[in-house]
Write a protein that binds this ligand. Structure first.
Ligand SMILES: CC(C)(COP(=O)(O)OP(=O)(O)OC[C@H]1O[C@@H](n2cnc3c(N)ncnc32)[C@H](O)[C@@H]1OP(=O)(O)O)[C@@H](O)C(=O)NCCC(=O)NCCS
Length: 328
């Protein structure tokens, strides 16, 4: 009897808990400041939440004894499909029980084959996945199934405690509707280092428009907040984020940074540094303990800015894209 896989939209609760309990990688499990059992609980919670969302699916690998050997979570992406005009799929994560390279690779191959079979039978054109850089068996299984490397990605974090006195703290205010067009203007060319611009198969104008759309969404999504700093009566620095309360599993409340933007005319003059410091104070005062940020390693300016502002690396991920119509 060999390992086989099945497609499902529901998994036994124990399956996710057991696989998450052995999962060693990713933002929470690689963070040495977090208790590892709690970090793994959080992996299970996040996987359950992902599967509960509309359209979410799982490939489950079953070992020869009939036990779950791994799962791969994915879903068609309505947002990207609508924006780019062709069927797009997004892979969330892979949880695998085996730890050694060879058995882990065998499970990863089974999961990825289950995924590519589904992609072919459902006419998916574009698939993206971010996988922890340390999970080489999964990385290699993706490569052998035609996924191409696009970028390395870093999760960075800093606590909001221990802030010294600021000489002249920058003032912050919530964004107003009139800020939307100012953000659009500041965003021109600002995200050329991101993954959609890195992929030559993605239409350049569509990649640019993605950021315009994200900015628009940040003004309409009630979960998102954008904070703004004004200089000489003009909005010049923007941060979009949302709070994530993980007190139940990790005992901490996070500020999840989604988009930082400085007026192009003022970049490289220390404004980003002072803005990040002011944001840290704001998050502390609103009761958030940790700032979580994520940056493509292609964005050297942002990586350096985070390093200067006391952020530490928690884990690195690798982004892969797969096109169903690409030549091998
Ligand atoms: C990334 C960004 C926020 C930096 O803001 P900024 O006001 O220019 O940053 P600062 O002037 O405070 O510089 C802080 C540190 O960043 C680094 N940095 C800034 N610009 C840099 C550049 N062009 N190349 C390399 N490092 C750079 C430097 O290390 C600098 O510190 P140092 O001068 O002591 O070495 C700004 O360039 C920006 O808005 N970029 C476009 C949007 C973006 O990339 N957002 C982040 C990802 S969502």
């Amino acid at each position: 009897m060999v390992m086989h896989s099945r497609l499902t939209s529901t998994l036994a609760d124990g399956t996710l808990s057991d696989l998450a309990a052995r999962h060693p990688f990713g933002r929470y499990c690689e963070d040495h400041a977090l208790p590892s059992a709690a970090a793994r609980d959080q992996v299970a919670v996040a996987a359950r939440q992902f599967l509960a969302a509309p359209g979410a699916l799982a490939i489950e690998a079953i070992d020869p004894d009939g036990r779950p050997a791994g799962v791969l979570l994915f879903r068609p992406s309505p947002w990207d499909t609508d924006h780019f005009g062709y069927p797009c799929v997004s892979v969330d994560s892979a949880l695998i029980a085996a730890e050694e390279y060879a058995p882990r690779r065998a499970v990863a191959e089974t999961l990825v084959t289950g995924l590519t079979d589904w992609l072919a039978s459902h006419g998916a054109r574009f698939t993206s996945v971010r996988v922890p850089a340390r999970d080489l068996p999964v990385v290699h299984a993706l490569e052998s199934a035609g996924f191409s490397f696009i970028e390395a990605w870093a999760f960075l974090h800093r606590p909001t405690s221990g802030l010294g006195a600021a000489a002249e703290p920058l003032t912050l205010r919530p964004a107003r509707p009139a800020d939307r067009s100012v953000m659009h203007a500041c965003a021109v060319g600002a995200f050329d280092t991101q993954r959609f611009h890195a992929d030559a198969r993605v239409d350049r104008a569509r990649a640019d428009a993605l950021y315009t759309r994200w900015i628009d969404t940040s003004f309409t999504d009630p979960a998102m907040t954008t904070l703004v700093h004004e200089h000489d009566g003009k909005a010049v620095a923007f941060m979009t984020y949302f709070p994530s309360d993980l007190s139940a599993t990790l005992g901490r409340r996070f500020a999840m940074w989604k988009m930082a933007l400085i007026d192009p005319a003022l970049r490289g003059q220390g404004l980003g540094t002072r803005f990040f410091e002011a944001l840290a104070r704001h998050h502390r005062d609103e009761g958030l303990d940790i700032i979580d940020s994520g940056v493509s390693l292609r964005n050297v300016a942002s990586i350096n800015l985070h390093a200067r502002c006391g952020f530490r690396l928690t884990s690195t991920l690798l982004t892969f894209h797969r096109w169903s119509d690409a030549r091998a």
